[in-house]
Design a protein around this ligand. Structure first.
Ligand SMILES: *[C@@H]1O[C@H](CO)[C@@H](O)[C@H](O)[C@H]1NC(C)=O
Ligand SMILES: *[C@@H]1O[C@H](CO)[C@@H](O)[C@H](O)[C@H]1NC(C)=O
Ligand SMILES: *[C@@H]1O[C@H](CO)[C@@H](O)[C@H](O)[C@H]1NC(C)=O
Ligand SMILES: *[C@@H]1O[C@H](CO)[C@@H](O)[C@H](O)[C@H]1NC(C)=O
Ligand SMILES: *[C@@H]1O[C@H](CO)[C@@H](O)[C@H](O)[C@H]1NC(C)=O
Ligand SMILES: *[C@@H]1O[C@H](CO)[C@@H](O)[C@H](O)[C@H]1NC(C)=O
Ligand SMILES: *[C@@H]1O[C@H](CO)[C@@H](O)[C@H](O)[C@H]1NC(C)=O
Ligand SMILES: *[C@@H]1O[C@H](CO)[C@@H](O)[C@H](O)[C@H]1NC(C)=O
Ligand SMILES: [Cu+2]
Length: 346
């Protein structure tokens, strides 16, 4: 009943095919060089605009406001039922800020992982050129394996230090970092909002991207029979990172940070791709539009790891994005062509 009401109130008709065609999100390599430069200069602009979050000393720009909001809500928006809907609107709000505050004229690009899984530094996204989002970090003298849990480690990549080239070479991460274990302990440190400037780090890791982000991994994900399976394959189990964890780990400690990962502009292309595969999967079921139950499928609560006692996510649950945008019902963000959204993917 609620689903029907939501569908009716979403007014699909206002997102016409013409409007939607003008807002097509593409893989980074499918953008022309001027389009890539337009995106990059809009992100640099957002990094220069003053923060609107005076209560967070470490948030120094509008770009940082997005990471600060993500940090604050981390324990309710990951590895649970809110993860997909929350991040869909988060990426859309970022795209909106790039447009409305920084004159961006394109659409939010994404990172099609399998294209570059065997050689990340070969990707136009991470090749370190002026039309990339910067490349690898400096290589470390004594790189450590990444620890996922007791006895579970993964090898480091080729960098690990400060980013060496490209447009974000001078970008400063102003918040964090946060220990990996904090998310598992369910702790948001009381000093989360502190100012702690440090360089943008990257550690391109072909070992991880080859294993978790290849075409087979994406095909398996899209082949998921229901939302429970889709979320499991997305996030992986144990040392299987899934394509979501794979993208975070393949870029090093900056992106591995559960809380502060949006401080690296690559976050938004990774999550653009998460949104893309979710929408592909949502449309892969039987029937189309309102008849496709995948479009409205949810599973989990509003707390990391779905602990007993936390609230089951429903279409009528109200989610919030802090100062970034208005509260929305989960049911308002399930489609990319309804509600406030009118975009597509190619
Ligand atoms: C990745 O691509 C670059 C540029 O084409 C090349 O120099 C490098 O050897 C490649 N690395 C691997 C591991 O294939
Ligand atoms: C790092 O992991 C590799 C296997 O992935 C293992 O052979 C090596 O011993 C580990 N190194 C350390 C310092 O733990
Ligand atoms: C980074 O900062 C250095 C030193 O201020 C400057 O010479 C260089 O042009 C800057 N690079 C970019 C891409 O902004
Ligand atoms: C927050 O406090 C912890 C524990 O005292 C410390 O390790 C960390 O560096 C602090 N973080 C910031 C951003 O100041
Ligand atoms: C490709 O991904 C699948 C699923 O993650 C994995 O089982 C397989 O080993 C990967 N292939 C390679 C060459 O690593
Ligand atoms: C579509 O419906 C058929 C018949 O009910 C079923 O066997 C199949 O698994 C469904 N496919 C998807 C992707 O849900
Ligand atoms: C979510 O999936 C789990 C595992 O299949 C199931 O036990 C639970 O009932 C599901 N929750 C909802 C609300 O469907
Ligand atoms: C952090 O989240 C809490 C609870 O949702 C909210 O009351 C508070 O305003 C948020 N702070 C920021 C800086 O977003
Ligand atoms: Cu996140």
């Amino acid at each position: 009943m609620i689903a029907m009401l939501l569908q009716a109130s979403l007014c699909l008709a206002s997102c016409t095919p013409e409007k939607r065609a003008k807002n097509t999100r593409k893989e980074w390599s499918a953008l022309t060089k001027p389009e890539r430069l337009d995106y990059i200069s809009s992100v640099l602009c957002l990094q220069r605009l003053p923060s609107l979050l005076p209560s967070v000393p470490g948030s120094k720009s509008r770009f940082d406001d997005f990471a600060a909001t993500h940090i604050n809500l981390t324990l309710s928006i990951h590895l649970d039922g809110l993860f997909l809907p929350w991040h869909r609107n988060f990426v859309w709000l970022y795209e909106k800020a790039l447009r409305e505050e920084c004159g961006f004229t394109g659409s939010q690009p994404y990172w099609n992982w399998p294209l570059w899984a065997s050689n990340l530094s070969d990707s136009p996204l991470f090749d370190g050129s002026d039309t990339s989002l910067s490349g690898d970090g400096a290589s470390l003298a004594d790189p450590q394996n990444y620890t996922l849990g007791p006895g579970a480690t993964l090898p480091h990549g080729t960098g690990g230090g400060c980013v060496l080239d490209g447009p974000f070479v001078n970008h400063t991460m102003n918040l964090g970092p946060f220990e990996y274990a904090l998310a598992f302990e369910g702790i948001l440190p009381s000093n989360w909002s502190a100012y702690n400037p440090h360089c943008l780090i990257r550690d391109l890791n072909n070992y991880i991207s080859t294993r978790y982000q290849n075409q087979t991994a994406v095909d398996n994900l899209l082949d998921s029979g229901d939302i429970v399976e889709f979320q499991e394959r997305l996030n992986g189990v144990g040392t299987n990172l899934g394509v979501h964890g794979g993208g975070h780990f393949a870029l090093g400690l900056g992106l591995q940070d559960f809380f502060a990962s949006p401080l690296d502009p690559a976050f938004y292309l990774h999550h653009g791709a998460i949104d893309w595969v979710w929408w592909l999967w949502q449309n892969g079921g039987n029937g189309t539009g309102e008849e496709n139950e995948r479009v409205l499928a949810l599973n989990g609560t509003d707390r990391i790891f779905n602990p007993p006692g936390s609230d089951e996510v429903t279409l009528s649950m109200v989610a919030n994005w802090g100062i970034l945008g208005a509260e929305k019902m989960v049911g308002e963000v399930m489609r990319v062509d309804a509600g406030e959204f009118c975009y597509g993917y190619e």
